[in-house]
Design a protein around this ligand. Sequence first.
Ligand code: PA5
Length: 452
Amino acid sequence: MLEYDRRGLYTGDLLQKSDLPDQQGLEKAIDDLQDRFDSGELGFADLPDTDPEPITRWAEQKLREEWTDQVVIGIGGSSLGVRAILKSARSENLRGLRTHFAENLDPETVDRLFASLDPKTTLVVVITKSGTTIETMSQFWLAREIIEKAVGAAEAGRHFVAITDPERGELRKMVDQYGWDDFEVPPNVGGRFSVLTAVGLVPLALAGYPIKELLSGARKARDQSKTPKEAVNFWGVCAAEHVALADKGFDQLVMMTYSDRLEGLVDWFAQLWGESLGKAVNRKGEKVHVGITPIKAVGVIDQHSQVQLYMEGPKNKHISFLEVQSFDRDRKIPSSPPMPEALQHLQGKDLSEIFAAELEGTRSALRDAGRPTSSWRFQRIDAESVGAFLFSWQMITAVAGELLDINAFDQPGVELGKKIAHGLLGREDHAALADKVRASEGGDGQWRWSIK
Ligand code: PA5
């Protein structure tokens, strides 16, 4: 279903087995993580066991009602997973509601989206674990006004579904007050690890996506290792290789997809990897400033854009390919009339064959140029292989966090920016931060250059 090929990490003198922590060190990392699963501190490893039936039944009932569209309002871990999974699906197989995402605050995008929908038949799915995210709550408030104007305050409640923490946050208080349909995000599952909770499963079920198969793929990925020690052979070694490569200077991880349907998975991975591992201090409180920068690339498009840099620029990138063995659709280049002689070898070939040759060409060239490469091979893109990929990366990220001795489950670095924004928008308790920013905006203009 899904295969990881790491040969390209060990060619030449890139990586030696001796660069990895010893078996004991890896086992300790896995054991420490397992203790946190067993104590209930971390909940994501249990999610593949979720019973999909209650959500499926609820969604089937909704699909019998008048709804035509759903707007998923959320950002970061509260939207990237659903977006990625739906992009990986074949649209003709999605027989549920049309799905739209309200993520970014770009006023033109938001205005265009809300103007294009019929509020009478639109369900609004608001997803925010904290219940306080500026982008999500602002767009939710807009949607609320639009729906109330269209159907009246008494009817509006039927249009809202809230997915949030069971106890904390402003959205939870509103659910209790207005009685909207609601689902819980388990407190021990962080945003970017939450795609297999209601955060992902509810909008996916409404879109008609097979959530049972998604969970089953995640379960197969998890249960391929019967014991934590066995897991060392896969999650541990895989995480250790990424960390060891970063130590050797390859501290940028390019995930290059040779499938447009898998593009969203790269965005999802970039958040998981970037936000989890980019940390200033380790668990002893020492300044470490670690992280492996995730970079998105799309083959073959980026062969004509970024690959020159990967081949000849700084030797700091590990390129990991996403590859599909069997595409659901294909086309053949016509055999006649004859193409110019230099291109005739393309005639009669399937697009998938040309695509695969381009991937192999790029991978081999990068290998020859002394760049580490690895490959994730999807036999075909389906809910099971996608579920397995998502779960695999969550585990690799968690183990990498252990090996780096950092907390992979928080994101303190994004807090200051949020507080300043709140302060600039008038929140009293952050006013001092806003004043500091305003004070630094002065100057005599010598740092600016403008074209009139
Ligand atoms: O991974 C995380 O915790 C974050 O990326 C959050 O998902 C993101 O900031 C959105 O947060 P919330 O769900 O609280 O609105």
